[in-house]
Design a protein around this ligand. Structure first.
Ligand code: AMP
Length: 222
């Protein structure tokens, strides 16, 4: 039996395990995983006009303009598997303006839950330093958990390497931007009774179990 779809937003600092947990959740609930970072990196890789515009901003650890990212997300939300099954949004929204645009785009339906993955800043700095990412499918590895064959992705055969924006300067900038622009979303979703904060320190499976319990609790209460 397939579980019914869900509409989730996953919030968390860079290195909080967002990408990894979103991939797992997307398999568990059979819903598309929509990562704006992965979509933008694909544009950079393919040298599209958006990618050319995005690269400098991404490498500097800054955010792209809200309307441009919303347009990209709106296209993806309009695809049939998304409208019928739901979605897991990873890395979007990242500002109050994006959250408002998303709310208007989805109206009259609301999301089921915004999940905040809570991890201390020192821990994410360590995690990002060892993070390695597949350039083609976005699968995340680390120096302690590399692909089976030397830096070739187990999943798609793509090249696995350090992201160009995972330098210490860019990471620190992105963490500051998170605190400034994205952290206010916690209050935004709290005010709508849609927020659940999860302790994201622990192994992948433990954190995944905490997230699923929160989602199921929410569904049971509906
Ligand atoms: P991520 O993979 O989510 O860490 O995103 C990598 C980079 O892509 C960010 O540092 C931003 O430059 C850009 N980006 C991703 N998502 C967004 C968004 N929702 N709004 C603006 N910029 C974004």
């Amino acid at each position: 039996m397939t579980t019914p779809g869900v509409r989730l937003i996953v919030l968390g600092k860079q290195g909080s395990g967002k990408g990894t947990q979103c991939t797992r959740l997307s398999h568990y609930y059979s819903v598309p995983h929509i990562s704006t970072g992965d979509m933008l990196r694909a544009n950079v890789e393919q040298k599209t006009p958006l990618g050319i515009q995005a690269q400098k901003i991404m490498d500097a650890g800054q955010l792209l303009p809200d309307e441009i990212v919303m347009e990209m997300v709106a296209d993806r939300l309009g695809e049939r598997n998304v409208s019928s099954r739901g979605f897991i949004l990873d890395g979007f929204p990242r500002s109050i303006r994006q959250a408002e645009l998303l709310e208007a785009q989805l109206a009259p339906v609301a999301i089921d839950l915004a999940i905040e993955l809570d991890v201390p800043r020192e821990l994410v700095l360590d995690r990002i330093a060892s993070r390695r990412t597949c350039k083609d499918c976005g699968k995340i590895y680390s120096l302690n958990n590399p692909p089976v064959v030397q830096w070739i992705c187990d999943q798609c055969g793509g090249n696995v390497a350090q992201r160009s924006d995972d330098t210490p300067e860019s990471v620190n900038k992105r963490l500051d931007v998170y605190e400034e622009s994205t952290f206010p979303l916690i209050d935004f979703y709290q005010a709508r009774a849609l927020l659940k904060t999860i302790d994201a320190v622990g192994n992948e499976q433990e954190v995944m179990s905490r997230i699923i319990s929160a989602i199921e609790e929410r569904r049971a209460a509906k």
